[in-house]
Design a protein around this ligand. Sequence first.
Ligand code: FEO
Ligand code: CA
Ligand code: CA
Ligand code: CA
Length: 691
Amino acid sequence: ASPVTGNVQSGLGFHPVDKSLLDDVLLPPGYRYSILHATGDGMMPGVAPYSNAGIESDDWSGRIGDHHDGMELFYVDDKGRYSAKATDRAVLCVNHESSADAHFLHPKGQTSAGSTGKKFDQFGAWDLGDRPETEVIKEINLHGVSIVELVREGNGWRYRVDGSLNRRITPETKMLMAGPSDSLHQINRYMSTRYDPTGQSSRGTLNNCGHGKTPWGTYLTCEENWARYFQITPESAPLQPKQIAALKRYGVASQPLSKDLKKAYSQGWHTVSSKDDRFARWNIALLSASPEGDFRQEANTFGFNVEIDPLEPSSMPVKRTAMGRFAHEAAVCAEPKAGEPLAFYMGCDSVNEYIYKYVSEARWDPADVGGGIRVGDKYLNDGRLYAARFNADGTGEWLELTFQDPKIQSFGGYRFSNQADVLVHARLAADAVGATPMDRPEWGAVNYRNGDIYFALTNNSAANRTPAKVNAANPRAYKDPDGIKRAGNPHGHIIRFREQDVRSNAKVFSWDIFLFGAEEDDPRSNLSGLTAANSFSSPDGLWFSRATGICWIQTDDGAMTDESNCMMLAAIPGSVGDGEKLTVANSMQVGSEKLDGSQETFVGATLGEARLRRFLVAPRGAEVTGLTETEDGRTLFVNIQHPGEKTPALGGKDQFSLESAWPGNQGYGQPGRPRSATIMIQREDGGLIGL
Ligand code: FEO
Ligand code: CA
Ligand code: CA
Ligand code: CA
């Protein structure tokens, strides 16, 4: 563990930032930011400068991707190896999550080949025409992970376009499928496609959202909303009932083919060519006459934590199937203790999904630090996977997902075949054992000072969190006459738990709710006593500073964007069990539906402005996500994702009304279209961030 340089007990030391609708990053007085890199910047020698007009014709694999998300810094020693201690050379891994704003990357937005401007509305209205190859290749390769070398320059850092450790990982990069030694051969059968009929490898990673850093110094990138990229078209092979149950539970949609699956359209990547596997693979049930097989199982190869060795550019990334397959948000490792198993905490970010824990069979040996991806084989292949149940009395249990469990063997919703099936369909296994459905588990984070684990539960919709469907850990179902936008649990909350005896392999834990998101002027939702200095909605990114002990909270969209862009707040955390009983007049419903007049009691913190303050407000339309720091706590790296998200799809026009022009409007790169970016935040006096 790093030395503690700051003392969070001294309190937050900055002036809170007001809510803002301006198109810039706003920080407290005495702080400044600069941009490390933005969407489209070159990260290989010889790549043409980014035009920001959509005219690039390269395949994007030499450029920084789009939708910057989870990230982590790895120091490099003078021999080019991983260093647990700070040096002047590092690599920064950044996830590139989504192509939801891909219209900015083409001259006239997303189009169909030869069309006169048919509108493509991602994940929604697209329904005809074939996509042009150039657009699709760019959209595929803007995903994945960028790894760039950083060098210290004065008090700051810059990235090297020609860094020898620079690497771009995309949906086309070859990956190894790894898993438990006794069921890997069965897992491989689920992964068999024309790309690798043995199922031992797969092509690429997709929708990389949160992340994790392993104690031995590798990067975990988490595959989240991969299901939306696939299409099942009318000419596809008939689906078996078990296959339909699995696709349905994971949200893979079809065109009107099966009444059992949701009708929706992908971005049409498969339409470029059914002969070229780079495109055909996205139509997952397309039957092929090829003796090598087809892509009916292609979607099985996504939904994992992928381990990457950032200091070995030639190493093959490894998908760790033992950690389960779902919509992985972050993978946070509890502080390792020598001689004890390692625990990784993972969220599955969809409405009413679960929180999971993976516990390694192997016990931690500090001599493994710096051992690279081979060490991952030791800790991340053989272990136990659990889903969390939160009880109403403030205790919780870890429910193991094992084929040995009669509840899994006799589950009515899906007939499991073996342990490989349990891991590949972990959501269904968690259904079978009765895990607690949560309000969209986003990032987890560990408080390094006491071992408490925090999870952001970003929000839930009115349809999925009704008064009849609340539970103690997700207690709010808001009925608001103002309308659907603020019904359900629109502002989200942050839950935290402590393992029994702070042991990684504990089977039980205690929990409470840390904070409820709210608008400060709405007494019905403002349970945590928020004020104008710290009100927030829809917590998403969550991260603890080792240097200062601050708990950083980042938000995504949510129900407050009419009064403020998304934001980042600093909190002084306290610990599980120190929450207070909060009472509120009933309009946030608990249990069976009740009408106004009664009172409801919740446990939660009221931190006040002394312990919770807004630190940053983002440009228009952006979410704030991804956070890491230099070891001294004096440079904070933060990702600004999808500025201008609400700009309408271009629909074949070259002129359009931008919601945001950041960061071009602040002097970075070609002005014009908005771009995601990694920013570096420092105090003007060089001091610790936040204190
Ligand atoms: Fe990619 Fe759950 O945010
Ligand atoms: Ca997120
Ligand atoms: Ca989110
Ligand atoms: Ca978002």
